[in-house]
Design a protein around this ligand. Sequence first.
Ligand SMILES: Nc1ncnc2c1ncn2[C@@H]1O[C@H](COP(=O)(O)OP(=O)(O)OP(=O)(O)O)[C@@H](O)[C@H]1O
Ligand SMILES: [Mg+2]
Length: 384
Amino acid sequence: MPQTEYAIQLEHVTKTFGPVIANHDVTMNIRRGEILSLLGENGSGKTTLMNMIAGIYYPDGGQIIVNGQPVDIRSPRDALALGIGMIHQHFKLVDVFTAVENIALSMDKGEKFDLRRVRDKARAICEKYQFALDLDQKVYEMSVSQKQTLEIVKVLFRGADILILDEPTAVLTPQETEKLFAVMRNMKADGKAVVIITHKLHEVLSVSDRVAILRKGEYVGTVETATATESSLTEMMVGQKVELNINRTTPQDPTRRLAISHLSVRSPEGTNVLDDVSFDVYGGEILGIAGISGNGQKELLEAIAGLQHTESGSDVKFFAPGEEADGAAGQESQGHPRCRCAPELCAGGPPGHGPGWHHGHDGQHDAEKLWRRPLPAGGPPCPA
Ligand SMILES: Nc1ncnc2c1ncn2[C@@H]1O[C@H](COP(=O)(O)OP(=O)(O)OP(=O)(O)O)[C@@H](O)[C@H]1O
Ligand SMILES: [Mg+2]
């Protein structure tokens, strides 16, 4: 392939979904041998834009240029043939197969199937970029981070030299994130173009060479990371100065409204999803629950909302304002109308921006609908 400065150029690329303009007239580029962060609020069109490069969506207008050549990418297969591989947020792996079998599955029809050769080539890729991957491990035995590693090795195996990672760190621990960044740097050193979509500004600043910013589907600009700060990036994302230091007022007269004690939930397979969790929530405060996704947050919210079967000894009590002081025992959670649960809502985005919901995303509309709707007496409107 001819070597040009740019791995990819987008010219006036537009994509709409019915009345929603996901990307409008986007003109930007991705250099080879760089790590480019693609930054923007929820719903700003990052995934859609990258999906067009990866052959998932086809642009309504504009041109994609790969290695200096205008191209027509109509499928992920077309994209891979051009050396473009995308690692999506939801993995596409066969659980009962091993890593090497999954890699072999991604081979094209007509390619000679030789598992030993697949293993040798995959092992060479792992050694070259320092991936920690057991090629003979079954996918169902793998951690999320290992599955993600396998997805990356899969696209490298197929010859990708332009890699797009859609929010890869959302499911990783800080240690796993560092390992991912190390392999990304190895790929960059090998001349590959790497695009990372992330919301986390400190990650953007630590891993990327340049940052491209989208706002409400439009391209705002690309800056050299070395010259950027969290505050300058946030301003570009949001379109106005944002105060990153939130002035947190101390809750006045906090009264206990929710008491969780010894809450345990088991999965249908019998594993402990929540193990003896106890905490209180007070009126007038916002309580954050931190954790890597998939570590019981969903079950915790559902258990509080009375939508999860809990183990014996678990106790969830609600108190009306002043109720506890009056000596009332509180009310059990089952179907309690005072509890509202909205686990699918996305409250990500730049710190300090807005009260929680973000512009232009379906989640916002869901949130607003939920927020404004009179709530049923029988229980919380929580998605199953
Ligand atoms: N398949 C689809 N059908 C209809 N609308 C869509 C579709 N995909 C995306 N959209 C809409 O297009 C806009 C851009 O969405 P996109 O997922 O590209 O944003 P994003 O920047 O990746 O957001 P996030 O940070 O939440 O992942 C949003 O308003 C979204 O609701
Ligand atoms: Mg996205």
